[in-house]
Design a protein around this ligand. Structure first.
Ligand code: GTP
Ligand code: MG
Length: 193
């Protein structure tokens, strides 16, 4: 593993509270419950670095994690959780938009549950990332829940809704740590560019 040391640095809402950096950072975004925090824990080989929950909407702040005292992972609040008041939803939207629009050098991983057809919010998020020319990649999560055959079928369904290039896609199971090496290698390649 190339991730040797990780630390929770801080939670932030507004840009002024983000920790300073001059390095590229890697942000994880996706609907609530898609597995952002679980993926960060798997990737860093830490059980409880990022808080996970069966209750969607757990992470309501931007959480910054330091990797090897070198660069950050950024855990963004999940969108699309129906059971919250409209005002809270709006606020989350602003927190996410402010981060994405910030001039920090970043790569965004958009997480999508392999079992689900992308929601209207997922599609909106993807369009948004493209519109603002943000460097992004898709990670399909919870791949342990489907057989290879089911995965193949599901990807076909997803492609009817979302256009993506196969080369820009990762597959991940935080439960089994599948896809970890590949993602880690990608991250360090980008870091070293
Ligand atoms: P918010 O913080 O609410 O936005 O959610 P999140 O995207 O951070 O999701 P989180 O990591 O908390 O995971 C949500 C639920 O999905 C938890 O019950 C996890 O155990 C489960 N989960 C996450 N990743 C995987 C996976 O790869 N496989 C399986 N089987 N379950 C997973
Ligand atoms: Mg979370």
């Amino acid at each position: 593993m190339r991730i040797k040391k990780t630390d929770f640095i801080k939670s932030a809402v507004v840009i002024n509270d983000y920790p300073e950096t001059t390095e590229i950072e890697f942000a994880f975004i996706g609907r609530s419950n898609v597995g952002k925090s679980s993926l960060i824990n798997s990737l860093t080989n830490r059980r409880n670095l990022a808080r996970t929950s069966k209750t969607p909407g757990r992470t309501q702040l931007i959480n910054f994690f330091d990797v090897n005292e070198d660069f950050y992972f950024v855990d963004l609040p999940g969108y699309g959780f129906a059971k919250v008041p409209e005002a809270v939803k709006k606020n989350w939207g602003k927190i996410i938009a402010d981060y994405l629009n910030s001039d920090r050098e970043k790569i965004v991983f958009l997480l999508l549950d392999i079992r689900r057809v992308p929601s209207a919010e997922d599609i909106e998020m993807l369009k948004w990332l493209e519109h603002y020319s943000i460097n992004y990649y898709i990670i399909f999560t919870k791949t342990d829940k489907l057989s290879n055959n089911q995965k193949f079928k599901q990807l076909k369904e997803i492609k009817k809704k979302l256009e993506f290039d196969n080369k820009d896609v990762f597959f991940y199971s935080a439960l089994k740590n599948t896809g970890r090496e590949e993602l880690e290698e990608f991250i360090f390649d980008e870091r070293e560019k």
